[in-house]
Design a protein around this ligand. Structure first.
Ligand code: C5P
Length: 238
């Protein structure tokens, strides 16, 4: 028997990177909403749609809807409002959509009776300095991440997606309760997969992360619930 103790604010957000609703559901069936949250991205949303998101919420899970909206302000505001109405816990937009787009996104969320946490993606971690120059952005990815994180904060957003390496710099720059959501997390003994710069769950929280997005170390584990329990144990009380 696995020992599970409910957590007041589970830090682990499991990335549901599954190619079908049935595969996702057989995984979710083993999970417990009192000790983790779920992230649903573009692939699974395209397959399962709002019905799948709502089924996760009905099972008691907090859902981070990772659709990274980037469009004209009015369209993004309406999309955020629609996502908020679904009852998601968190959603995101691209900071590169600009201040007016982010302000409109926040306004869309505020007009809903249920208000999810609204965060921004700054620079995709897949982009290097040369890629930024190609689209007309000067400076290093880090410079751009810092500038866009500040813009997201000034535009009224609740936080950003960032690497754990960036978390302490962002915490030092942004002087308010800002939510930092970090992927690229690997427990000490886990396979690195294709992630480049990784941190362990406890290192990431010490660096200032608020929530940890973790996929394969849990979804591909032989015993997923035990992998989750072990991660939670490693960050107990943090
Ligand atoms: O399996 P793994 O733990 O690497 O999954 C991490 C999740 O976080 C995936 O859904 C991936 O798309 C997402 N992500 C990431 N790096 C970013 C942004 C999102 O790994 N910079």
């Amino acid at each position: 028997m696995h020992k599970r103790t409910g957590l007041p604010d589970p830090k682990v957000v499991i990335a549901l990177d599954f190619p079908s609703v049935s595969r996702a559901n057989s995984f979710i069936h083993q999970m417990d909403p009192s000790i983790c949250r779920l992230k649903i991205g573009k692939e699974l949303f395209a397959i399962g749609g709002p019905a799948f998101v709502e089924s996760c919420i009905d099972k008691g899970f907090d859902v981070f809807l990772d659709l990274k909206y980037h469009d004209i302000p009015n369209t993004v505001a309406k999309a955020c409002q629609a996502a908020a109405k679904m009852g998601v816990w968190m959603l995101n937009v691209h900071a590169l959509g600009g201040r007016r787009m982010m302000e409109a996104a926040k306004e869309g969320v505020l007009q809903s009776s249920h208000q999810p946490i609204l965060i921004a993606v700054t620079i995709l971690t897949s982009m290097e300095e040369g890629d930024l120059r190609d689209i007309g952005l000067q400076g290093t990815p880090h410079d751009n991440v810092m500038r866009l994180a500040k813009l997201a904060a000034d535009s009224g957003l609740d936080g950003v997606v960032c690497s754990a390496q960036e978390a302490s710099d962002i915490r030092a720059e942004i002087d308010r309760n800002f939510c930092l959501v970090t992927p690229g997390i690997r427990p000490r003994d886990a396979d690195v997969n294709d992630q480049k710069r990784i941190m362990t769950p406890d290192e990431a929280l010490k660096a200032g992360s608020s929530y940890l997005v973790i996929g394969r170390p849990i979804t591909q584990a032989k015993d997923p619930i035990q992998a989750l329990i072990d991660i939670n144990e490693s960050i107990k009380g943090m």
